[in-house]
Design a protein around this ligand. Structure first.
Ligand SMILES: Nc1ncnc2c1ncn2[C@@H]1O[C@H](COP(=O)(O)OP(=O)(O)OP(=O)(O)O)[C@@H](O)[C@H]1O
Ligand SMILES: [Mg+2]
Length: 412
């Protein structure tokens, strides 16, 4: 279709529609603005957009603009213009599907083959109208048009060109909106898939940690029952022998050394058992267990340990939260012992209903995070922190010590 006629007053309005739709993000607002501008310029009673649905079997009005004093077809329930059967408008549908405009000066003069349309239009109090088809990817997608409800109107080429160009701009806008909607849907689907996958990974991690904890507990029990307890009898026997062998100095010395070695092994086994499963936690609760753990650790290491408890009230977080906090503290302290060469270490806690704070700080050699590979220790801390729903913050600089902080919300 060649559109050659373009009177000067048409261009500014079309330009206004085009420029305002370029940045429009709201589909309804954009379409309504375009219809209003078109309707007012054409001095029509109504300007509207109908869209086809169900593969073209039905169609309905989606947007309209009405001149002052003209009743709205969208707001009025009868006749319902939002849900119409294409088969009830054979003549108009045939024209539109062939890409032709439908221009009716006087509905009363419609030919007999458009009898169905005539009956409907008169019922809807439409006297005169002009509509142009809008195709999207070779498919009749919609039509836009003008009505005159009060009088017959001979729609001229100027009106029609205006409607066609306006329709074309509207179609480009709708096409962009559909593409953006699809992109948003895809983005949401992707986001959902990522969220589900993250949840699965976190569930899996939780299972792994819980299996690990159970295994550690089992191993700790076996070590205690079979090895630690098993040492009690030989130790007792050695003491008996020592009493009986009071005369033999050299044998006595040998036995005393043996007893010392066995006691040392027993202490070491006790430490391993406690590392494997913090029994103190079940017995004493989180803060007392941390304090007792640090006390023991202080005796075996060359640094000064301070434990600070800023909690306002006595409160015990749930079992899992306590266990994870204890484990994180334990690994941070292991690292301090193994890597830091610190002279001072402090552990600070603040536990309240619904929140927790843990800080492990040393004045040791520190490390450069960027060039340090995190192994099972720090990875485990990070995983446990993620399961508690919070971030583990590691602050460390060579020569300036290391601070591990964990702050979050807990449930009971
Ligand atoms: N408090 C610290 N002071 C100095 N360096 C530290 C400290 N904590 C961690 N690091 C450095 O970070 C590295 C990673 O720690 P991570 O706990 O992951 O591994 P690891 O202690 O070497 O081994 P493991 O997996 O047995 O815990 C350590 O090897 C060490 O170089
Ligand atoms: Mg470690």
């Amino acid at each position: 279709m060649v559109l050659s006629y373009s009177p000067p007053d048409m261009e500014p309005s079309l330009l206004r529609i085009a420029t305002s739709l370029i940045n429009e993000k709201d589909a309804d607002r954009g379409i309504n603005f375009a219809l209003e501008t078109l309707g007012k310029m054409a001095k029509a009673d109504r300007a509207y957009l109908f869209q086809f649905k169900d593969e073209g079997r039905t169609f309905g009005i989606t947007h309209e603009w009405c001149a002052r004093g003209i009743d709205s077809k969208i707001m009025n329930p009868a006749p319902d213009l939002a849900n119409l059967r294409t088969a009830d408008f054979p003549c108009v549908a045939d024209y539109l599907s062939k890409g032709k405009d439908v221009v009716v000066t006087d509905v009363l003069k419609l030919p007999p083959e458009a009898a169905m349309e005539k009956k409907f239009l008169l019922g809807a109090k439409i006297r005169s109208f002009a509509v142009v088809p809008l195709f999207l990817q070779d498919r009749l997608f919609a039509f836009t048009g003008f009505d005159d409800t009060r009088k017959c109107r001979a729609w001229d080429e100027h009106d029609l060109n205006f409607l066609r160009l306006g329709g074309y701009i509207l179609l480009s806008f709708i096409e962009r909106m559909i593409a953006e909607q699809k992109r948003e849907q895809l983005f949401l689907q992707l986001e959902n898939a990522v969220r589900q996958r993250t949840q699965q990974i976190s569930d899996l991690s939780r299972q792994v940690v819980s299996i690990q904890e159970n295994e550690r507990k089992k191993l700790a029990m076996e070590l205690h029952d079979w090895i630690y307890q098993g040492l009690i009898i030989p130790l007792g026997q050695i003491r008996n022998l020592e009493e009986q062998l009071e005369g033999s100095r050299s044998l006595l010395l040998l036995l005393e050394q043996l007893e010392k070695d066995l006691l040392h092994s027993q202490e070491e086994i006790k430490r391993i058992i406690n590392d494997l499963h913090p029994h103190l936690l079940e017995k004493l609760g989180l803060k007392k267990a941390i304090s007792a753990y640090l006390h023991e650790l202080g005796k075996r290491n060359n640094f000064e340990v301070t434990f600070r408890d800023f909690s306002q009230i006595e409160y015990e977080p749930d079992e899992l939260c306590s266990l994870y906090l204890f484990r994180i503290m334990q690994e941070a302290m292991n690292n301090t012992c193994k890597h830091s060469a610190a002279t001072r270490v402090s552990v600070t806690v603040d536990i309240a209903p619904g929140s927790f704070y843990l800080e492990v700080k040393d004045n040791g050699r520190g490390f450069l995070k960027e060039s340090t590979a995190f192994k099972r220790g720090i990875q485990g801390m990070l995983e446990r922190a993620a399961m508690l729903g919070c971030d583990l913050v590691i602050e460390s600089h060579p020569g300036k010590g290391t601070t591990i902080t964990l702050e979050g919300k807990s449930g009971k």
